[in-house]
Write a protein that binds this ligand. Structure first.
Ligand SMILES: Nc1ncnc2c1ncn2[C@@H]1O[C@H](COP(=O)(O)OP(=O)(O)O)[C@@H](O)[C@H]1O
Ligand SMILES: [Mg+2]
Length: 259
C-alpha cells in the first residue's frame, strides 16, 4: 500500500460503518490514519427544493466559504472518488464531553433554567409533555457559525449538526442543503437575532465578498451554479450594509426535528 501525504484527498477509503440516524447514505471511513465521513452522491436522498446530486458539492462549497472567512467552522471537506463513487469526504471530529456534565452546545433544559453562558431560543413541550427551553452556548465560535449560516443560507442547522470538538471548539457539519438562491435559513442558533455583527466579523465578510469574483468564485463555480454564487455575494453585501443578525420571521425558522 502506498502512503499518501494527503489521506483526506487521496488515500483509499475503508468503510467502518454507516450512521443509521442519517437521512442520506453517511458512511464513517478510514483514510490511512484519518477517520472521515464519506457521503457518496449516489446515496443522496432526493429533495423537492434542491436539484438531485448537488448536496456533496454544497458541503464542499460551504467549507470553502468558512475557510475564506478564516473561521474554521467546518471540518476540512473535499469532493473525491470513494468505494461508492464520487462524494464528499470530511474529517471526523471527535466529540469532547464536558467533564462536569454541563449541557451540549445546543441542548434542552427544563423550561427557564438557562445556565450561565447560554441563551434561550424558545420554549416548547418535550415528547412527554414537560416544558423545556431550547438553549445554545453564547460562544464566539458558535456565533461565527450562526453568521456563517446566514451567509450560506443554511436550511438545516440542527442541534445534532453542532459538534463540541477538541479544545473547546464547536464545529458545524451537514451542509448539504445550503447555498440555495431563495431564502431558506433554518437554524437553532437564533440566540443573537436582532443583535449587531461585530466589526471584526464584518472585515472577514468584506474579504469573502471581494474574493468571490476571483479564485474563490472559480472554485465555487465547479460546485454550485453562478446564480447561487451571486446570491451568496448578495447575502454578504446585505449583511455588510445592515450588520444585524436576522430575526426568525419565516414560516419555518427552526429545522425539524431540531436535533
Ligand atoms: N465530520 C464529522 N465528524 C463527526 N461526526 C460527524 C461528522 N459528520 C457527521 N457526523 C455525525 O453524523 C451525523 C449524521 O451526519 P449528517 O452530516 O447530519 O448526515 P445526513 O446528511 O445524512 O443528515 C451527524 O449528526 C453527526 O453526529
Ligand atoms: Mg444531518
Amino acid at each position: 500500500m502506498t502512503v499518501s501525504p494527503d489521506p483526506l484527498r487521496t488515500a483509499d477509503l475503508t468503510v467502518l460503518g454507516q450512521i443509521t440516524s442519517a437521512s442520506n447514505a453517511t458512511l464513517v471511513c478510514r483514510a490511512q490514519d484519518l477517520r472521515v465521513v464519506y457521503k457518496p452522491v449516489r446515496g443522496e436522498r432526493p429533495l423537492w427544493d434542491f436539484p438531485d446530486g448537488t448536496l456533496a458539492g454544497r458541503e464542499v462549497a460551504s467549507y470553502l466559504v468558512s475557510e475564506a472567512l478564516g473561521w474554521g467552522v467546518i471540518p476540512e471537506t473535499v469532493l473525491r472518488e470513494g468505494p461508492y463513487g464520487p462524494g464528499m469526504v470530511q474529517r471526523w471530529i471527535d466529540i469532547v464531553q464536558d467533564p462536569e456534565g454541563g449541557p451540549d452546545p445546543v441542548d434542552l433544559v427544563p423550561a427557564g433554567e438557562v445556565p450561565p453562558g447560554y441563551r434561550e431560543v424558545l420554549r416548547a413541550l418535550d415528547p412527554s409533555g414537560h416544558p423545556v427551553s431550547l438553549i445554545h452556548a453564547e460562544d464566539p465560535g458558535l456565533h461565527r457559525m450562526a453568521v456563517l449560516d446566514v451567509l450560506i443560507n443554511n436550511a438545516d442547522r440542527k442541534g445534532g449538526h453542532v459538534l463540541a470538538g477538541p479544545h473547546g471548539r464547536a464545529y458545524g457539519v451537514d451542509h448539504g442543503i445550503c447555498l440555495h438562491t431563495e431564502p431558506k435559513l433554518r437554524t437553532v442558533l437564533w440566540g443573537w437575532a436582532g443583535e449587531p455583527v461585530a466589526e471584526q466579523l464584518l472585515t472577514d465578510i468584506t474579504v469573502l465578498v471581494k474574493s468571490l469574483p476571483g479564485e474563490l468564485g472559480e472554485r465555487l463555480s465547479e460546485l454550485i451554479t453562478d446564480a447561487e454564487i451571486e446570491a451568496l455575494e448578495a447575502r454578504g453585501r446585505a449583511l455588510l450594509e445592515d450588520p444585524v443578525m436576522p430575526m426568525p420571521n419565516s414560516q419555518r425558522p427552526i429545522p425539524w426535528p431540531a436535533f
